[in-house]
Design a protein around this ligand. Sequence first.
Ligand code: SF4
Length: 312
Amino acid sequence: MEIMELLGSCHLCPRECGVNRLAGERGFCGLAGSGVRVARAALHFWEEPCISGENGSGTVFFAGCTLRCLFCQNQAISRGEAGVEIPVERLTEIFLELEQKGAANINLVTPTHYLPQIVTALDRAREAGLSLPVVYNTSGYERPEMLRLLEGRVDIYLPDAKYASEELAGSFSHAADYPRVLLPTLDEMVRQTGTPVFDENGMMRKGTIIRHLALPGQGADSRRLLRLLYERYGEQVYFSIMSQYTPPSAPLPVESLNRKLSRREYDRLLDYAISLGMEQAFIQEGGAASESFIPPFDLEGVEKSPPSEQMS
Ligand code: SF4
């Protein structure tokens, strides 16, 4: 079976809508067709230091999402409003162009719903000489069966781990099954990458970094989740405990989500992580809750440059 045929009955994510996207049908994510919608493809400096390095991570921001988080930090693209649709052939070129620009890696942001197109483009780019590590930067709402198609193609997994509680996952992200599917998803990622490997410059070459964005007012769930994950994966992964939550401009029905995370809440969570014995973790310094972490979705690098601007 050709991998693109998976779009003919879409079961790419745990929602398993079964729609024929190739025939124009749309499931929960609202996407149809064989192309990909991309909002930006550029060097990005705001990932963990071992991903961004000094040159920047070659980051492709895909539009659309299989979750619908109330507090989404990237709404312009998650709702599919930003970006333009491009064919797989152009995605292949973008990967190669990012390598020419000096990117440390190819960083696929919110790739789940485009897995067949991404695999096709990556295979073609590898044939054309792409040599960078590939980072799969995801919400964590995945199907292990689909991730197995990425084995040998993805070097670094960068999944979110959002909730331990089904109630929170249901009311905040319309995905009550998120905690149930998260562990098999992470198991598969860790199985593929093994324990983290870094090069002589401290850049990650292989491994899994589990990210947790601490939400204001939800410390108990954060602590429960970190404990569960640390007990399961220990030193097999790195953790990234993030404080950069930014409240959306329109007020939300959950009062605590309308403010930033307090310094006290974040420090308490870090103290808890230390008390568990967690040492392999990235943390954020004060002032991280800024929109500067959200890049402009201005189509940089998406459309083909005129020949005079192309790099030789
Ligand atoms: S990727 Fe979209 S269409 Fe496919 S199963 Fe997930 S939500 Fe449904």
